[in-house]
Write a protein that binds this ligand. Structure first.
Ligand code: HXC
Length: 260
C-alpha cells in the first residue's frame, strides 16, 4: 500500500508504521487517520504481519495531537465526524487481532496520547512527554482519552491530567503505569523490535486469543470473564498451534507454529 503520511516497513512479520508529518510534529489530520485505518484493516487480516509497532518520524514527536489547523474552523457536526473517525481508528487498533506496540519517541499529546493509549503496550524514549492538553484549547479529548486514560491509570490520576493539561515526562508516565518501559531514544525501536520478536515466535493463534480474552474480559464482570476465558482455553485445543506447541515440548524441540 502507498501512503502519503505513513511509512511502513515489514520485516520478519513485524510491521513498523511511522507517522510521517514532521512539519506538524506528526499531528493527525483526516488523511492520516484514514491511512492508519487502511493500514490496520490490512494488518488485521494479513498473515504476513504478526505484530505492529507504531512510532513517529523524527526525534521530537510521536504525535503532537490532532491537527489544530484542520480542527480550528470545524462546525459542531464536522467536529463530531472527526472525533468519530478517530474513535473508529483507535478501536480498530484496540481490537486488531495482532499485538500493537507504541514506540513513543517524543511528544504524545492529545490525540497522540490517545493513539498510544489504544495500543496494547507503550515503550517510551527518555525524552517522551505525555499530556491531554485539550482544556488549553477549550475542548475535551475526542479520540477516547477521557475513557482509556482513566481505565489505564485510574480515575484520580486521569482527572488530574485531564483537568490541568499538565505535561508529564517519561519517568512520571512510567510511575503511573502509563508506559511499560522507558529507554534511551537510540534504543527505542530496537527495544520495541526485540519485544515484537519475542511475541512473533509464540503461537500466533494463542497470542490473538490472549489479546481478545484480556480486552473482552475487562469489559465483563469477573464470573462472565472467567467463563469466557474457559471457553477460549477450550477453543485453543481446536488449533494446530496447540497440538504443535505441546508435541514440540514433549519432543524437546522448538515449536513450529502455523497460526491456526
Ligand atoms: C497542528 C501542530 C501541532 C498540532 C505542533 N504543530 N502541534 N500543528 N496540530 N497538534 C506544528 C506547529 O504549529 C509548528 O508549525 C510545528 O508543528 C512545530 O511546532 P512548534 O510549536 O514550533 O514546536 P515547539 O515550540 O517545540 O513546541 C512543541 C509542542 C507544541 C509543545 C508540541 O507544538 C504544542 O503545544 N503543540 C500542540 C499540542 C496540542 O495542543 N495537542 C493537542 C491537540 S487537540 P509551524 O508551521 O509554526 O512551524 C487534540 C484533540 C484530539 O489532539 C481529539 C480530536 C477529536
Amino acid at each position: 500500500m502507498e501512503f502519503k503520511n505513513l511509512k511502513v516497513e515489514t520485516t520478519n512479520r513485524i510491521a513498523v508504521v511511522t507517522i510521517n508529518r514532521p512539519e506538524a510534529l506528526n499531528a493527525l489530520n483526516e488523511q492520516t487517520l484514514d491511512e492508519l485505518q487502511s493500514f490496520f484493516s490490512d494488518a488485521n487480516d494479513n498473515d504476513g504481519v504478526q505484530v505492529v509497532i507504531v512510532t513517529g518520524s523524527g526525534k521530537k514527536a510521536f504525535v503532537a495531537g490532532a491537527d489544530i489547523v484542520a480542527m480550528q474552523q470545524l462546525t459542531a457536526l464536522e467536529a463530531r465526524k472527526f472525533s468519530r473517525l478517530g474513535h473508529q481508528l483507535m478501536r480498530s487498533i484496540e481490537t486488531c487481532a495482532k499485538p500493537v506496540i507504541a514506540a513513543v519517541n517524543g511528544f504524545a499529546l492529545g490525540g497522540g496520547c490517545e493513539l498510544a493509549l489504544s495500543c496494547d503496550i507503550r515503550i517510551a524514549s527518555e525524552n517522551a512527554r505525555f499530556s491531554q492538553p485539550e482544556v488549553n484549547l477549550g475542548v475535551i479529548p475526542g479520540f477516547g482519552g477521557t475513557q482509556r486514560l482513566s481505565r489505564l491509570i485510574g480515575k484520580g490520576r486521569a482527572l488530574e491530567l485531564l483537568f490541568t493539561g499538565d505535561m508529564i515526562d517519561a519517568a512520571e508516565a512510567y510511575q503511573m503505569a502509563l508506559v511499560n518501559r522507558v529507554v534511551p531514544q537510540e534504543k527505542l525501536l530496537e527495544t520495541a523490535v526485540e519485544m515484537a520478536t519475542k511475541i512473533v515466535n509464540k503461537g500466533p493463534y494463542a497470542v490473538r486469543q490472549v489479546k481478545e480474552a484480556v480486552r473482552t474480559g475487562l469489559e465483563m464482570d469477573l464470573d462472565k470473564a472467567n467463563q469466557y476465558e474457559t471457553e477460549m482455553f477450550g477453543l485453543c485445543f481446536a488449533s494446530l498451534d496447540q497440538k504443535e506447541g505441546m508435541l514440540a515440548f514433549l519432543e524437546k524441540r522448538p515449536a513450529v507454529f502455523v497460526g491456526q
